[in-house]
Design a protein around this ligand. Structure first.
Ligand code: RB5
Length: 156
């Protein structure tokens, strides 16, 4: 697939054992597309706990050490739940190009979570490409995303 036309980003990537293989493929692609990749593991198929890699990726994004994060586990669900505990992180489980596009356009997702046991590498590649190329729509969606940030600050 041709590299998507978008700005080059610093992207933190993490996976558990179930996501390791797909994570390796996505890291390779991101580098090919010209992005700077921070691979925060895991680095083998040995069993690990998905919240650990989700947390380090989410914290890297929240600190601003990375502009975006990509997480891969079996379903994408566990890592997204964990990543969303970190203030400032909006992690979305993405299954295809449509959920990828809408998670950026409507939710300004800064972390994409994908399930290696749910989607194949080609669909994951297309979703990642679309996710990186889609800007936040702003407007009415900005108001809604701000309400999420207010929940983090406990402002109701
Ligand atoms: C690991 O077996 C699996 O539970 C994990 O990869 C993920 O799917 C959790 O949500």
């Amino acid at each position: 697939m041709d590299p998507p036309e978008e700005e080059l980003l610093r992207i933190a990537v993490g996976a558990d054992h179930a996501g390791f293989r797909l994570k390796e493929q996505l890291v390779h692609l991101l580098k090919e597309w010209g992005h700077e990749v921070v691979d925060l593991g895991t680095h083998s198929e040995e069993s690990v706990d998905y919240p650990d890699s989700a947390r380090v990726v989410a914290e890297a994004v929240a600190r601003g050490d990375a502009e975006r994060g990509v997480l891969v586990c079996g379903t994408g669900i566990g890592q997204s739940i964990a990543a969303n505990k970190v203030d400032g992180v909006r992690a979305a489980v993405v299954h295809d190009a449509t959920t990828a596009r809408l998670s950026r356009a409507h939710n300004d997702a800064n972390v994409m979570a994908v399930g290696a046991r749910i989607v194949g590498p080609e669909v994951a590649t297309e979703a990642l490409s679309v996710w990186l190329a889609t800007p936040f729509d702003g407007g009415r969606h900005e108001r809604r995303v701000k309400k999420i940030a207010a929940m983090e600050r406990d402002e109701g």
